[in-house]
Write a protein that binds this ligand. Structure first.
Ligand SMILES: Nc1nc2c(c(=O)[nH]1)N[C@H]1C(S)=C(S)[C@@H](COP(=O)(O)O)O[C@H]1N2
Ligand SMILES: [Mo]
Length: 326
């Protein structure tokens, strides 16, 4: 997204063409994790904390019940790649920055405030979020606007579950997601690459679509900091930047939210930003993508699919000119 400019103003290629070569596949382990299913009762967070803290680690189990309706059959991206090749500008603009810097993020305790055009505004802590609906495991492809993609097993539940609890009023036409912007925890927030906080948004019907995932974990564990701990959104039919990380506020509003990338470069990053191989970014084609972990020597690219292959969402955009509303 941020294309480094040479002194004469000519765009340089992405620093992102490098991929860790030391990729390993842990499909067996993963299938075992799928079989674990949900945890019943008790404080999930307490359990997770106890285990993680006992191990002196921030990693704690967070399994979900596999939802067969949302399983991508693609090979799952190696955990190592998904946690070391990230975009999270609050921690720096290089792909390796979030993994290196995000240890300063404090994901617990954490609260998310639900506000704006709702009958039941509320502030939820992590434990309440974890218990709000049964946790599912869903394997989603995530396609970054820069031209690469990953396949990640997420733990969470449909965002619609939370929205229903908040009871939006008739004035709620859009939902806005606001990420944490704390200089003390996030070194990148001192930079001016974006207007902080990072803000994203959806139209109400998009937010209610069952694919939109309120996400608390990945690979059967709590979210690592660099992937947006402790709570983020994942919208697999949209470019990755729509999937805001480390969310502290969900606001229901009348007007289309002013989202961070749209404000930064409106001609390049539209509000909708549905994955669309037919609408190129002004500076590059969107027809194909590199699957992280598959590139390297043979460098085979995959064709990018309309809505990233999630054609279920097509009715949301019936009658819309998707070239205009990119
Ligand atoms: N708050 C915040 N959320 C963010 C970003 C960011 O810089 N800040 N980057 C986005 C982009 S561009 C992508 S591709 C995805 C990457 O998610 P991942 O690192 O978990 O793969 O997060 C998105 N969410
Ligand atoms: Mo992205």
């Amino acid at each position: 997204m941020l294309i480094k400019r040479s002194p004469n103003g000519i765009d340089l290629p992405f620093p992102s063409e490098i991929t860790p070569r030391d990729v390993y596949e842990s499909r067996r382990t993963f299938i075992r994790q799928l079989a674990v299913g949900t945890i019943a009762g008790g404080s999930l967070l307490e359990m997770a904390n106890r285990e993680a803290f006992a191990q002196g680690s921030s990693r704690a189990k967070l399994p979900g019940k596999a939802n067969p309706a949302y399983i991508a059959h693609d090979k799952v991206t190696a955990y190592k790649d998904a946690t070391t090749y990230n975009n999270f500008y609050e921690f720096g603009t290089d792909k390796s920055d979030p993994a290196e810097n995000a240890h300063t993020l404090i994901p617990r305790p954490w609260t998310v405030s639900i506000e704006g055009e709702v009958k039941k505004p509320m502030t939820l802590d992590l434990d309440q979020l974890l218990k709000l609906a049964p946790l599912e495991e869903r394997i989603y492809r995530l396609r970054c606007v820069e031209g690469w993609s990953m396949v990640i097993p997420w733990t969470g539940y449909s965002l619609s579950e939370l929205i229903k609890k908040a009871e939006p009023t008739g004035n709620a036409k859009y939902v806005e997601f606001v990420s944490l912007a704390d200089r003390k925890q996030m070194p990148g927030v001192g930079s001016r690459v974006l207007n902080w906080p990072y803000v994203e948004g959806l139209r109400m019907d998009e937010a209610m679509h069952p694919l939109a995932l309120l996400t608390l974990g990945m690979y059967g564990e709590l979210l690592p900091n660099q992937n947006g701990a402790p709570v983020r959104i994942v919208l697999p039919w949209k470019y990755g930047f729509k999937s805001a990380k480390s969310i502290v506020k969900i606001r229901f509003v009348k007007e289309q939210p002013r989202t961070a990338w749209n404000v930064a470069a409106p001609s390049e990053y539209g509000f909708y930003s549905n994955v669309n191989p037919e609408v190129d970014h002004p500076r590059w084609s969107q027809a194909a993508e590199r699957r992280i972990g598959e590139d390297g020597f043979l460098a085979k690219k995959r064709k990018t699919l309309m809505f990233n292959g999630y054609s279920d969402v097509a009715p949301l955009y019936a009658g819309m000119d998707l070239k205009r509303f990119f």
